[in-house]
Design a protein around this ligand. Structure first.
Ligand code: FMN
Length: 336
């Protein structure tokens, strides 16, 4: 029987959920690079389950679901039964194809309010969170998590993940760093492999999406080989290299530069149509800030875009910058 992940998202490479980045306009920009006919689930930013029940779809850029026909997997930040159930129903009404639960967010607020990665400190309760969602949802429920809270304790992680699957999670995504590491140090791809092997050896194959530090096509291949994961999810690098979604060798740096320019113009077009100038401006700057480590004169681009007074000025600045050939680097020092 075909798994839920294979049915909804057979394509090997996926975009990672990122606050302030994986909103509608950026998703549209990345979707341009998906090979014709390929199907993949698209993330939203993490959405607060306390707010979703009283919101209306498309009310804000975070809950702009206009591309739902492409298969959206919104991500919920949640830990209370009532809000989970209400939010799951609401997201389904809005057209979600699957729902992901965030158990990886390490910011202070998440730890204080016991959601995000804080749930990794309480395996029993994390299971309940999944159970509440699965009992309510008609669509598959997944979880995105980290290696743990403070230390790489494989047995603890294994037990935690077992609990999630027993509660009905259809697949999980692992960003193999601890909460304490945030985005520092290296993602431990080996941890993903060990998890996959362990479940396989016990005759319980599960689907795991691997994530962390992928910057180029070769990294995608390496993560598949090293971790034997089922999909590779890319976050930061996809903001400069949306073509990583293709899972194909990348062209020369100048062609990539031209593609990056097209990506920004697509995102800008969607922003102009659907977001206020204020909302669009903030998000475009954030997108460029996260993409610039790979862009040869990225800091200059950021300055020009920041100086724009309206959408026309921003488009002119982007077009002027890409009027000269630009180059995208294969790898960069990852921002934390
Ligand atoms: C700006 C930013 C915002 C993020 N927001 C989220 C989020 O809302 N939900 C989530 O699960 N992960 C979030 N992440 C983590 C990414 O999804 C991903 O796990 C992490 O960046 C490692 O992957 P990468 O090396 O490919 O970027 C965020 C990362 C960044 C850089």
């Amino acid at each position: 029987m075909q798994s839920a992940l294979s049915k909804l998202s057979p394509h090997p490479v996926m975009l990672a959920p990122m606050v302030g980045l994986t909103h509608y306009a950026v998703r549209r920009g990345v979707q341009r690079f998906l090979p014709e006919g390929a199907r993949v689930l698209w993330p939203t930013e993490m959405l607060n389950s306390r707010r979703i029940p009283s919101q209306h779809v498309n009310e804000t850029p975070e809950i702009n679901f206009m591309d739902r026909e492409f298969g959206l997997c919104p991500q919920l930040l949640a830990n209370e039964e009532e809000f989970i159930r209400l939010s799951v129903r609401r997201l389904e009404e809005w057209g979600a194809s699957a729902i992901d639960i965030n158990m990886g967010c390490p910011v202070e607020k998440a730890l204080k309010h016991n959601y995000g990665v804080a749930l990794m400190g309480d395996p029993g309760y994390a299971r309940e969170v999944v159970r509440f969602a699965v009992e309510t949802a008609k669509v598959p429920v997944s979880v995105k998590l980290r290696a743990g809270l403070e230390s790489n304790d494989f047995d603890y992680l294994l037990g935690f993940v077992e609990g999630l699957f027993e509660a009905g999670a259809s697949w999980i995504t692992i960003h193999p760093r601890t909460a304490e590491q945030k985005r520092k140090g290296l993602a431990d791809w080996n941890l993903i492999r060990r998890l996959k092997e362990r479940f396989r050896s016990e005759g319980r194959p599960v689907e795991i999406i691997g994530n962390g530090d992928v910057q180029c096509f070769e990294d995608v291949r390496e993560l598949f080989q090293e971790a034997e994961c089922d999909r590779v999810m890319v976050g930061r690098a996809m903001m400069a290299k949306p073509w990583l979604i293709r899972n194909e060798p990348e062209p020369d740096p100048e062609t990539q530069g031209a593609w990056y320019g097209e990506f920004l113009l697509t995102v800008l077009r969607e922003m102009r149509e659907h977001y206020s100038w204020d909302a669009g401006r903030r998000r475009m700057l954030f997108l460029i800030v996260w993409g610039k480590p790979w862009v040869e004169f990225g800091e200059y681009l950021r300055g020009r875009v920041q100086a724009a007074a309206d959408y026309d000025g921003m488009e002119a600045a982007i077009r002027r910058f890409f009027g000269q050939p630009q180059r995208i680097q294969k790898r960069s020092i990852l921002q934390t």
